[in-house]
Design a protein around this ligand. Structure first.
Ligand code: HEM
Length: 359
């Protein structure tokens, strides 16, 4: 062992002297140190540290998911790391409530010193969005606020494959949709038709409905039928996709639906878990946007943001427009009761199971 080498110590390992020297309130520089600015800085720094960890997990997931063919054993690691991201999101979503112990008046003690800096410019937050699969959001409005280096970095990230794209390609490669002489979609289409015809009968014979209510319900049912038709008619699906109703490719949507419907089959349990985890990540991100929006409204009312946006109104618009995995949520439209699901042929059920050799 090298005699010169000092034994590792806690503060040295964690670089605490550097880390704990990075909280520098702007208000202090102007001679009016605002007590709450320390909380504001530390909260943001804690977020950025967790963002770094999320990116660490996300980049490793992207590397594992990029392998062709995907090693099924790696799917467990991918799922475990997705779960870690979800847990971190739970923690950072809670952190907003700590910052909310600062009142709007306390915030005003230092807010103006922050102009034109803004959370808008969080490169790590944008990178997380891009790597998860949010596209086309580097609009000129947002873009103007980054330095040229940051812009160049984000453009490079945007060119790389995202988790959404890898998921889409993986789903689209899913076997089992056509199996020997069994076409799942023919059987499923017939089951859907029976279900919807049955609904039409119920509406037609419901004595509690007047003529106009019955008409309305039948029209709604027709819309549902149209929506199901997207699954069976690829060109109709493409039209809906162009109108923004879907982000997945047609094959990926079909595969995701198959996984949802038959998730009890052993081979589909892990893919089902991964799909659910991606929905959790999307839900947590949406929860963050919503909580952040409410906090900003509480702090600023209708004032504009320090980054120059319309403030809470801008943030409100992002809650729905920046969903990444909404397609997975919308799949519920196409679920049919287990009792009405087509029974899979024995040979296919066997292929979807795990079997031990008997001795
Ligand atoms: C008093 C607390 C806060 C206020 C008043 C506030 C205010 C705002 C406002 C007004 C915007 C819109 C852009 C602008 O015009 O500046 C924004 C964006 C943003 N803020 Fe905050 N914020 C606060 C806390 C936080 C915290 C703790 C984080 C954690 C990292 C954060 C991260 C972000 C991010 C990432 C954006 C960009 C969102 C997007 O474009 O979708 N903010 N914030």
């Amino acid at each position: 062992m090298n005699k010169e080498k000092q034994p590792l110590c806690y503060g040295g390992y964690l670089k605490l002297p550097i880390l704990l020297d990075t909280q520098v309130p702007e208000s202090g520089k102007h001679g009016h140190e605002a007590h709450d600015e320390m909380l504001f800085i530390i909260t943001h720094q804690a977020y950025e540290l967790w963002f770094k960890q999320i990116l660490h997990e996300l980049c490793s997931i992207l590397a594992l998911f990029s392998a062709l063919p995907l090693d099924e054993k790696k799917l467990h690691t991918i799922s475990a790391r997705l779960q870690r991201i979800i847990k971190i999101q739970h923690v950072i979503n809670q952190q907003i409530s700590i910052l909310e112990t600062m009142t709007p008046l306390d915030f005003l003690d230092f807010r103006d010193y922050l102009i034109p800096a803004s959370g808008f410019q969080s490169i790590q937050f944008r990178e997380i969005e891009l790597r998860l699969g949010l596209s086309h959001h580097l609009s000129s409005c947002t873009y103007g606020r980054f330095t040229d280096d940051d812009k160049a970095y984000l453009e490079k990230v945007a060119e790389q494959v995202s988790l959404f794209e890898l998921l889409d390609a993986w789903l689209a490669r899913t076997p089992f949709l056509e199996f020997q002489d069994f076409s799942f979609w023919d059987s499923y289409g017939a089951a859907v038709k029976t279900m919807l015809d049955n609904d039409a009968n119920i509406i037609g014979n419901n004595p509690l409905l007047n003529a106009s209510e019955r008409n309305q319900q039948l029209q709604d049912l027709e819309m549902t039928r149209q929506s199901f038709n997207c699954l069976f008619d690829e060109s109709l699906y493409q039209q809906y996709k162009q109108d923004g109703h879907f982000k997945f490719t047609h094959n990926a949507t079909l595969a995701a639906l198959f996984i949802q419907l038959y998730r009890d089959e052993p081979l589909l349990q892990l893919p089902f878990k991964v799909l659910n985890q991606l929905m959790d990540i999307d839900a947590q991100l949406t929860t963050w946007r919503s909580n952040h929006y409410l906090m900003v409204q509480r702090m600023l009312g209708t004032k504009i943001g320090t980054g120059g946006s319309s403030g809470h109104e801008y943030l409100k618009s992002t809650i729905n427009s920046k969903r990444i995995y909404a397609d997975l949520f919308n799949l519920s439209t196409y679920l049919i009761p287990r009792s009405k699901l087509p029974k899979l042929p024995e040979s296919l059920i066997h292929s979807l199971g795990f079997y031990q050799e008997r001795y």
